[in-house]
Unconditional design. Structure first.
Length: 576
């Protein structure tokens, strides 16, 4: 065995001449392997989030074999390790409840097995941050393989986008402007292939962030799932991870303050999902980079949106983004805003990976001189309603609602909201501010995607399609509208949102980043004294652990015992 091979982590399991290692070797032989299969080769874990209930990852059952082929070509030994799938469309109350569960599983699975490096197979919303968080904490060389977006949806010749068009057409059905037959046609045409959402929702946002962090091979996040180039990329990931093991290219050498800067900038330039906030915060903090909401707001004020992709854009989908040059082309357009010396899993700094990138359609990927929105995708608001902050997507709401004052209509739970929202006698106008509370990290539980509250039916019939909505929940990355989310602290733990009463005047001033309820402090103090904490949602199991240890949205919703600890701010890296 060479000195380099002797230094492999897996050698601790198989190399020693003792009884314990003999047991490891004999059990590998039991499965038909011999020393030529392990011994002097890096053992590469392929963490596969495939399941029969995850349509986004339906092709992973096949793609894993292509990853294995690449590992074998490079002289490694591939082992597939199935992990939780976290299907966004199938899990209740929300896949966010289980993001940290998958992060823990990833970390412990890698640490407990004879693993030298890992390929992370993810894409559906929470799988990307969960896998990355766990792999960061494990600390072994790793590379991320994105699932890729599905093909464009289609109904009667019209392009359909996941989520975004479902919301749009459902409102029209509630308003009575389309038939049940038309709605069924939308259902049948909106998801035409395997792969994650083809809008720039949370899935595309998170895989783009993974690439901007330097965790994917160049261009990997843009390839449609059904494109043969996705197969080739899978094999390339398998080959490259073996080289990364020999080069000892670990996450701490990649995910630096500069990498987090790049990821945040790219997120803003792509018109990212609001979900990017909790995931960026948690991933950065796992890597020891103390990203804050203020950093994100600063990036949002200075980074134009140049990706003309729905739901922020008005026409195009991820397939068009790929044909236009993909994320490499977008990053080349905004390279003056990026830290080009940041290292990537390719073994080259980001700037090197962008050489030769071209934009083939300047309406899909706009130049900085002609963005679709002059400020970034997200804004952070603070005030007496959200002292620790909340987030909004300014580019996705009607301009009239960016500065707005109106009476609150409060719902204490999602079932209460659902039961009332279509009532013809609901006392509501288009100027009301809809509030859903007790839907945050602890209250949801898990902070479900309930934040895009439906417009009341009577308001839809009046012709309105947007209203100001406030919640401690999240919303789908495919959503849109004047939705203010992630209110912190959440209502369930006694945050100010718990004190709002129907009829209170709420004032939102987006340009000045403020959100307040116009209620005097004496009244609020009286309400605070009367407030009774709701009972915990769980008495046992993972849910109980989640409730005891989950952090608030402004800190990324990681578990308090998993996040890296930060000391004084002196000497901490300047991200923006």
């Amino acid at each position: 065995m060479t000195k380099q091979a002797a230094n492999l982590r897996s050698a601790r399991w198989f190399a020693p001449d003792d009884l314990r290692s003999s047991g490891h070797r004999s059990r590998m032989m039991q499965m038909g392997y011999d020393e030529k299969d392990w011994g002097k080769k890096p053992i590469i874990a392929i963490l596969n989030t495939w399941s029969d209930l995850n349509a986004c990852h339906a092709h992973f059952k096949d793609r894993v074999e292509h990853v294995k082929r690449g590992v074998l070509q490079a002289g490694g030994f591939p082992v597939e390790l199935p992990v939780q799938s976290l299907s966004e469309s199938a899990l209740k109350p929300t896949s966010m409840l289980y993001r940290n569960f998958l992060a823990m599983e990833t970390e412990e699975l890698l640490r407990a097995h004879p693993i030298d490096g890992a390929v992370l197979m993810g894409g559906c919303d929470k799988t990307t941050p969960a896998l990355v968080m766990g792999a960061i904490s494990a600390g072994f060389p790793m590379i991320f393989l994105p699932a890729g977006p599905m093909l464009r949806g289609n109904y009667k010749g019209e392009w359909l986008g996941s989520g975004s068009d479902a919301w749009k057409y459902w409102d029209e059905r509630r308003a009575g402007t389309i038939s049940e037959e038309q709605w069924t046609g939308v259902e049948e045409g909106i998801a035409r292939s395997y792969g994650h959402c083809m809008t720039f929702g949370t899935a595309s946002t998170m895989t783009a962030i993974a690439e901007a962090l330097g965790l994917t091979l160049p261009g990997a996040s843009s390839i449609p799932a059904a494109d043969v180039n996705h197969i080739r990329m899978s094999t390339r990931c398998g080959r490259r991870i073996v080289e990364m093991v020999w080069d000892e290219l670990t996450p701490d050498k990649i995910i630096t303050a500069d990498a987090v800067h790049n990821a945040t900038t790219v997120a803003m330039a792509t018109g990212c999902s609001t979900n990017a906030v909790v995931h960026l915060l948690s991933m950065a903090r796992r890597a020891g980079v103390p990203l804050t909401l203020d950093d994100l707001d600063k990036a949002g004020r200075t980074t134009p949106v140049v990706a003309n992709i729905r739901p922020t854009g008005d026409k195009y989908l991820m397939e068009d983004f790929y044909y236009a040059g993909g994320l490499r082309a977008l990053m080349s357009e905004i390279k003056d805003l990026l830290k080009l010396d940041a290292m990537t899993v390719s073994g080259f700094p980001l700037g090197e990976t962008l050489k030769g990138a071209e934009v083939y359609n300047s309406d899909v990927i706009r130049p900085l001189s002609n963005p679709i929105y002059h400020e970034g995708s997200l804004a952070v608001l603070k005030g007496n309603l959200a002292p620790d902050g909340c987030v909004m997507k300014p580019s996705a709401c009607e301009p009239r609602l960016r500065v707005h004052e109106g009476p609150a209509l409060v719902f204490d739970s999602y079932p209460e909201m659902k039961a009332m929202i279509d009532r013809e006698d609901l006392d509501v106008t288009a100027d009301h501010v809809l509030i859903l509370r007790n839907a945050g990290p602890k209250g949801g539980p898990g902070m479900p995607e309930w934040g895009m509250l439906p417009i009341p039916k009577k308001i839809l019939k009046q012709g309105y399609r947007d209203m100001l909505r406030i919640s401690d929940a999240r919303m789908s990355g495919t959503s849109y509208g004047a939705c203010i989310l992630h209110v912190a602290p959440e209502a369930h733990i006694g945050g100010p949102l718990s004190l709002v009463r129907t009829g209170d005047i709420i004032r939102v001033d987006l340009p000045n980043r403020s959100i307040d309820m116009l209620v005097d402090e004496e009244t609020l103090a009286s309400r605070r004294a009367e407030w009774v904490a709701p009972a915990d949602k769980y008495e046992r199991g993972y849910g109980w652990m989640f409730s005891k240890h989950i952090k608030q949205a402004n800190e990324g919703c990681d578990f308090d015992f998993l996040e890296r600890q930060f000391g004084a701010t002196a000497g901490e890296p300047d991200i923006f």
